[in-house]
Design a binder for this molecule. Sequence first.
Ligand SMILES: [Zn+2]
Length: 159
Amino acid sequence: MKIRTGFGYDVHQLQEGLPFWLGGILVPHTHGGLGHSDADVLIHVICDALLGAANLRDIGFHFPDTDPQYKGVDSKRLLAEVARLLREQGYTIGNIDSTICLEAPKVNPHIPEMQRVLAEVLGIEPDDISIKATTTEKLGFVGRREGVAAYASVLIVKQ
Ligand SMILES: [Zn+2]
C-alpha cells in the first residue's frame, strides 16, 4: 500500500459586487473572489493538494487561466476532473484538512453544506473533509478584507 500526502495554498482578491463562491457554494456577502474561474479558493487548494499528493503538477498546469474554456468555470468541475485524474492513477482519497483565512463573513455556519457539496463531487464522505476558518486578527491583506487565502493538506492511498 502506498500512502502520500499533499499540500495546497491559494489566494484571491475580494472585490465588491462579485458572487462569493467558497467551498462549492455561494456565500452571501458584499464582496466576492476575483479570478479567471469562479475564484473558489477552497476548491483550488483542495485541487492543488490532491494533484501534489499524486505528483500531477498543479491546477494552473491542468486548467490554464489563458484558456477561454475555463473563464468563469464552476470550480466543482475542476475538482471532479482532479478526482478523475487521481482515480486513473489508482489513488483513493483518505482525508482532506483545510483552513480558510477570511475576515468576513463568518464561514462557520456554511461549513456543513460545503462538506456535503465537496464530498459529493469527490465521491467521499463529508466526514473525510475537514474545513476550518480563521481570521488573521485584522493583519495583512486578509485582515484588511482585500483578499481570501486558504490552505489544504490531503492524504491519498494506492492499494
Ligand atoms: Zn485560485
